[in-house]
Write a protein that binds this ligand. Structure first.
Ligand code: ADP
Length: 522
């Protein structure tokens, strides 16, 4: 890895649970390698965990050779980092390069491009030779050198045998052989240890021994690497299969549990949904019945109000006419008290008549379905004002009217709406002042906004909604006359036209009645 990748590499290994992981030896270098997997991961091998073999010349040569040739490559003599202070042995390392699958590996540059890392095996020379030759030893003593003969390159020296001491007078017999081992040359030096023998004769066992040793060494390489590989592969495969099996079983169990839990939840949900649906159906049915009953009773009520007020009109007309007749015919025959009683009866009968008329108007709003027609608001407002000329004159009122639109609706009802609002504006004014009334219009896009504003006595906030209820009045008859039905009638008219009506006011300063009417009425 390049120096820039070092920190993220350390963090990723630490993230796997090795908090103490570092690249050894410390220090800044341009490139790093690190031993990241060791098997077995025992105390001795752990000494090599994180070791940067690239930092060491001898190792780097073999690593480079392995990477560039694609072949297994053996290092020269080294001391393994796994070595402790005891029984220090010469050692060497063998590297096998590992490349990305599927990439071409025919040239050095292709191999470098596809290169991933090395698999390596460390060898301690004494242990290795003991492993190959057993403890029997040969009748010859021998030394193994890496590259050239010399103390510094001595890989191995066979144990000294105690059998017949060699006479120092006799010329010892030497034999040197070399083998080429994965990029290195090993020199094996044999020495005759049998004393007095003919040089020519003594060469023979040495040659045989040398050949045997070399063959042994080569065989060792082939066999150990094969069997090691196989064993590791088998072990790994076994472990992986077991792990896979365990995790598959685990997964199956989890899936089964989750499926069962989900199925339970689904059933629960389904039963809740159907319960709720049933409840809702019942509720809908009930409220439908209620609505039907309510509209029936509303209908009945308004029919009753209509019939009652209609039927009351006739006898009331008689009462009014006859009290007036009594006043005219017998008025002068009564004393003062009698006349006063008669006046009260006559004015009460008149009040009753206007109350019944209003009630009839109100009930009629639901009774007849008037055909929609074009309503010329300017014309209607002008005729209403004209009809009130006497009052306007008496009060010296000023009424200002904006240019008004043509709308769709019932001219009679629009007339009634405007009449009630203007007559209230004139009525609810302090007696010592001349009322000023404005009829304004605002275009709100889909709707028209009519405002009937006055500078009269105003309405306190708590009554702004209540005044629209039938018979609701805020004043006695001695103060302001009225039936309390005017605004209730207005409200019903506006609602029937698909609009809205409300009041805004400041007590003592005046009120505004706001009427919103849709431009298009279906
Ligand atoms: P009424 O026949 O009493 O005028 P309405 O339904 O028209 O009945 O009005 C209900 C009450 O609302 C009135 O008694 C009055 O107290 C109040 N009111 C209506 N219009 C106005 C207004 N322009 N200014 C002040 N108060 C008003």
């Amino acid at each position: 890895m390049a120096a820039s990748e070092k920190q993220s590499h350390i963090a990723s290994i630490q993230g796997e649970g090795f908090a103490d992981y570092r690249i050894k030896p410390a220090g800044e270098r341009a490139e790093y390698t690190a031993i990241v997997m060791l098997e077995p991961f025992d105390w001795r091998n752990k000494r090599a965990f994180g070791y940067d073999m690239w930092s060491n010349d001898m190792r780097r040569q073999a690593m480079t050779r392995a990477r560039d040739t694609g072949q297994a490559s053996t290092s020269g003599l080294i001391t393994l980092v796994q070595e402790t202070d005891e029984d220090v042995q010469a050692g060497f390392l063998t590297y096998v390069p590992h490349y990305k699958k599927g990439l071409p590996l025919t040239s050095v540059s292709e191999r470098r491009a596809a290169f991933l890392g090395w698999v390596y095996a460390p060898f301690r020379m004494n242990n290795l030779m003991r492993g190959i030759l057993g403890s029997d030893g040969l009748d010859v003593s021998y030394k193994v050198y890496d590259g050239e003969v010399g103390e510094a390159s001595l890989l191995f020296q066979s144990e000294r045998n105690d059998t017949p001491a060699v006479d120092s007078q006799l010329t010892p017999v030497y034999k040197q052989s070399s083998i080429s081992l994965q990029g290195r040359k090993w020199i094996i030096e044999f020495e005759n240890r049998l004393g007095e023998v003919d040089v020519a004769e003594s060469q023979q066992p040495i040659i045989i021994a040398a050949a045997g040793l070399i063959i042994n060494l080569l065989l060792f390489y082939v066999i150990t690497s094969m069997s090691l590989l196989q064993k590791r592969a088998e072990k790994l495969a076994g472990e992986m299969t077991a792990e896979l099996l365990a995790s598959r079983n685990n997964l199956e169990l989890i899936v089964q549990q989750r499926t069962a839990a989900l199925e339970k939840e689904r059933q629960l949900l389904e039963s809740r949904v159907s319960e709720r649906t049933l409840d809702l159906r019942k509720e809908v049915h009930q409220s439908e019945r209620l609505v039907a009953a309510l509209s029936d009773s509303n209908e009945e009520l308004s029919q009753f109000a209509f019939a009652a007020s209609h039927d009351l009109q006739e006898p009331l007309r008689m009462v009014v006419s006859f009290t007036q007749l009594i006043q005219q015919t017998y008025g002068d025959k009564l004393d003062d008290q009698g006349r006063e009683y008669l006046d009260i009866a006559a004015s009460s009968a008149l009040k009753m008549r206007s109350l019944i008329n209003d009630l009839l108007d109100y009930a009629r709003l639901d009774q007849d379905s008037e055909r929609l027609a074009e309503v010329d608001c300017n014309a209607i407002v002008a005729s209403v004002i004209e009809g009130m000329a006497a009052v306007i004159d008496r009060q010296k009122a000023i009424i200002t009217v904006d240019q008004l639109p043509l709308i769709k609706g019932s001219p009679v009802r629009f007339n009634s709406l405007i009449y009630n609002l203007i007559s209230n504006a004139l009525k609810y004014c302090p007696p010592d002042r001349s009322p000023k009334v404005y009829i304004k219009l605002e275009d709100m896009g889909a709707n028209w906004k009519f405002i009937v504003a006055d500078d009269g006595i105003g309405i306190s906030d708590e009554y702004l909604e209540k005044i629209f209820k039938p018979f609701k009045r805020l004043h006695g008859h001695d103060e302001f006359s009225g039936t309390g039905m005017g605004l209730a009638i207005c409200q019903r008219i506006v609602i029937n036209m698909g609009g809205k009506l409300w009041a805004e006011s400041e007590l003592g300063k005046g009120s505004q009645f706001i009427v919103i009417l849709p431009k298009k009425i279906d």
